[in-house]
Design a protein around this ligand. Structure first.
Ligand code: NIG
Ligand code: FE
Length: 390
């Protein structure tokens, strides 16, 4: 096992308040020592122990790798036409998902593998070292299980989203589709996923249907997470908290009771600014959630319909500009927040024992992620202790 030391870090985000200043645990003129897959030491650059290899950060900032806890990467086809129509004034609806379902079912395994690999690599170049991805564009037991197997070859975390929309074959029998999802589809999919998710929204699944699906998944050992309150008010957030879901995702339209529920439980509110950006919708109010005491994560929601970006730096910049987050809060939400949304304590922070997922920014501070939107600032990435070529 080889070791390396990153020296002369101008500003280091550890996300461990015991190691440095404030909630980000900020250290200046710091060093990080990597031993094998893990962080072995963090401290002042001048006191750094020797290692087999050395990298001079020359005053650049270092952050933990981004943890993108919500993406939909197993798909084929593209929805440029739908995006164009939206930018000419049409509204986003769940119905567009059907277009991607048809293209995904028709694609070969090789094509789907190549697509997922491409988007995971794209995300890595932008500093994402942990990624979750979902099924949801197959909607048959065979196609959903295939999507999950493919996802598992590329992503760190895999979520069963057979309840993305009612499959076209069941358009007149939504109850029959819920039976399929909670029965044969779950049987085929449970071995390949850690999480179960439902799109709880008008046009997709209502509260009772979502409860049945999440409960059936939980009975098979899958942990719930919920697409909740994206397009309007609804029961998704309350259901997520009631079922102790790891995360309620989107959280765009919240009542005071929804905010209180999130603040009172351990369900993370995962905000997905790419979706509001790409659907020209109103942004969620992160400030309201943070001030109430809720834990907030930021993720891309990368998918061909509502948010075709794999860029966590983009999400950080939008969250700061339009969701009333400070740069510190947004960077924390995109790293530690994502880890909490995936119930992981090995990623999202740079402290001894954590996974050595390290991102060097070509900037003096993490604040530049919001201050310099759209600029490719990621200049070096280590994932599980290995320097990646990006
Ligand atoms: O998270 N909201 C549901 N699912 C995706 C969109 C999927 C699609 O439009 O293809 C989302 O935004
Ligand atoms: Fe999503």
């Amino acid at each position: 096992m080889s070791s390396s030391v990153i020296t002369r870090i101008g500003s280091l985000v550890t996300n461990d308040p015991a190691l440095g200043e404030g909630p980000l645990g900020l250290l200046e003129d710091a060093a990080v020592v990597i031993d094998g897959e893990h962080v072995a030491w963090v401290g002042p650059s001048a006191a750094a122990p020797a290692a087999d290899e050395s990298y001079d950060a020359a005053g650049r900032a270092v952050i933990p790798g981004f943890v993108d806890s919500h993406s939909h990467l197993v798909f084929a086809g593209d929805r440029t036409r739908e995006f164009n129509a939206r930018m000419s004034g049409q509204a986003y609806t769940a119905g567009g998902i059907r277009t991607t379902v048809a293209a995904t079912r028709a694609a070969s395994d090789d094509e789907l593998h190549a697509n997922v690999a491409r988007y995971v690599a794209e995300a890595l170049r932008q500093g994402t070292t942990t990624i979750e991805t979902k099924s949801g564009y197959g909607l048959t037991p065979h196609d959903e299980a295939r999507a999950l197997r493919i996802a598992g070859d590329h992503a760190d975390e895999v979520t069963f989203l057979g309840a993305h929309i009612v499959a076209p074959e069941y358009a007149d029998d939504p109850a029959g589709y819920v039976d399929l999802v909670t029965g044969p589809m779950l049987d085929a999919c449970a071995p390949y996923a850690r999480w179960v998710d439902v799109f709880c929204e008008r046009g997709a699944f209502d509260g009772d249907q979502a409860r049945a699906i999440l409960t059936a998944g939980a009975a098979r050992g899958l942990v719930p997470r919920v697409h909740a309150n994206q397009l309007g008010h609804g029961p998704g957030v309350q259901l997520a908290v009631e079922l102790d879901a790891a995360s309620a995702d989107h959280c765009t339209h919240l009542t005071d009771a929804d905010v209180d529920a999130l603040a009172g439980g351990r369900t993370v509110a995962t905000l997905l600014p790419g979706a509001e950006f790409s659907t020209r919708a109103v942004y969620p109010d992160a400030r309201r959630l943070i001030d109430a005491g809720a834990t907030v994560a930021l993720s891309t929601d990368c998918n061909p319909g509502s948010s075709f970006t794999s860029s966590m730096p983009f999400c950080v910049a939008v969250a700061v500009r339009d969701m009333r987050m400070t740069p510190d809060e947004a960077v924390r939400a995109a790293t530690l927040g994502g880890a909490l949304a995936l119930r992981r304590d090995d990623v999202g922070r740079l402290a001894p024992g954590a996974r050595a997922d390290v991102v060097v920014l070509d900037a003096p501070s993490h604040v530049h992620l919001a201050y310099r939107p759209g600029v490719p600032l990621v200049s070096a990435v280590w994932r599980r202790g290995v320097r990646e070529s990006i």
